[in-house]
Design a protein around this ligand. Structure first.
Ligand SMILES: Cc1cc2nc3c(=O)[nH]c(=O)nc-3n(C[C@H](O)[C@H](O)[C@H](O)COP(=O)(O)O)c2cc1C
Length: 176
């Protein structure tokens, strides 16, 4: 058996009205900041919009593609994730910043699951609009929007197919 938090997690399409307490939200970002990163650069940035601060929430929501707009407005919080493309020390390209951001979101996700908070990550948004709405400089790239909140009780984890371990893990030679 793998850890129950991993089994419990899924990406819901509906959320309850219940808001996330500020201290819980802070716990999620505390988990994110403890994630490892190349040269400890910590290249992740998060812009947070809550329904209590509709201005930022709307500016994030505005970037979503139509298909995501249909359900994402139920989420009590929207997060725009951003990766720093360059090392702050020397301006060189950081080839692992998106990897590091993704990993910090994985930490955040598991901490959220522990608090019964569910995330739905989205690639379906306009990076250009996100850069414009938040004046994000060129050496940062918006990577995802995340909808999060408590899920609806009726919303159950769907069965989804997963690749088998032997399709992903090889011992002797690489296979496509
Ligand atoms: C980087 C990333 C981008 C995604 N983009 C979208 C999206 O734009 N819209 C959507 O409905 N789901 C999106 N998803 C959710 C995936 O479809 C979902 O994680 C996948 O089907 C596995 O389902 P599960 O998370 O419930 O286990 C995205 C997930 C990730 C990690």
């Amino acid at each position: 058996m793998i850890d129950e938090l991993i089994e419990k997690r899924f990406s819901p399409y509906s959320f309850s009205d219940k808001e996330i307490a500020k201290e819980d939200l802070l716990k999620l970002f505390d988990a994110a900041r403890k994630s490892p990163s190349s040269y400890n650069e910590q290249p992740w940035r998060f812009i947070v919009g809550t329904k209590a601060n509709k201005e930022t929430y709307n500016k994030i929501y505005d970037t979503l593609v139509e298909g995501n707009k249909e359900w994402a407005d139920q989420a009590s919080v929207l997060i725009l994730t951003v990766a720093a493309n360059e090392f702050s020390k020397n301006g060189k390209k950081n080839h692992h910043s998106e990897y590091d951001l993704g990993q910090s979101v994985a930490f955040l996700t598991l901490q959220a699951t522990e608090l019964d908070i569910y995330l739905h990550q989205m690639a379906g948004f306009s990076r250009e609009k996100a850069k414009e709405n938040f004046n994000i400089p060129n050496y940062f790239t918006p990577i995802t929007v995340i909808a999060l909140g408590f899920k609806n009780d009726e919303d159950k984890k769907p069965e989804k197919s997963r690749k088998l371990i032997n399709e992903l893990v090889f011992e002797n030679s690489f296979r496509k």
